[in-house]
Design a protein around this ligand. Structure first.
Ligand SMILES: [Fe+2]
Length: 175
């Protein structure tokens, strides 16, 4: 399992991202999603710094990433799809989510102590960073404008519940 220090670092990064999201005017589910991006990027850094912890860190990262993407698709992007302008945002997001999913499968498919694993992991880490940046600076502000701040706040509970449900059905890498 990642150590308490790892969790604290991840939380610290998440809090910093959360504050940044609020400074951009993001609230509710959009502030939460931005905060989670910060938490996962701290874990991505830990993989580079602590090779001995790769297995445990990877199982946490993939669960976080898959749960986060599935829950946001089910709540935020599903709702955006009901509006013409929102549908464009959701479709843009679909393509990137599919790319992230494929990269997660590739990392899963490599031997965790191999060079291939690290190279594939780096590709994924870069894709996650670009995706998170794009969501926080472009997609989320536009989505929040469309849905309104009140809906952004009420979608937060739906997102948390969807993420919990997703965590129960996401298989571990070995399965
Ligand atoms: Fe996303």
């Amino acid at each position: 399992m990642p150590s308490i220090m790892d969790s604290l670092r991840a939380k610290g990064r998440g809090i910093a991202e959360g504050l940044e999201a609020r400074s951009r005017g993001l609230v509710g589910v959009f502030a939460r999603l931005s905060k989670e991006h910060g938490e996962v990027s701290a874990l991505l850094d830990r993989v580079r710094d602590e090779p001995a912890k790769r297995t445990d860190l990877w199982s946490k990262i993939r669960l976080d990433l898959l749960g986060h993407e599935r829950a946001e698709l089910e709540t935020v992007y599903a709702e955006l799809r009901t509006d013409t302008r929102g549908r464009e945002l959701a479709e843009l997001h679909d393509a990137e989510a599919a790319q992230l999913d494929a990269l997660i499968r590739s990392v899963d498919g490599a031997a965790i102590d191999s060079e291939t694993w690290l190279a594939t992991f780096e590709q994924l880490a870069i894709a996650v960073t670009i995706h998170a940046e794009e969501e926080e600076t472009e997609l989320f502000p536009k989505a929040q404008d469309l849905l309104g701040k009140e809906r952004a706040k009420s979608l937060d509970d739906a997102y948390v519940a969807a993420k919990k449900r997703a965590a129960k059905i996401i298989a571990s890498p070995a399965e």
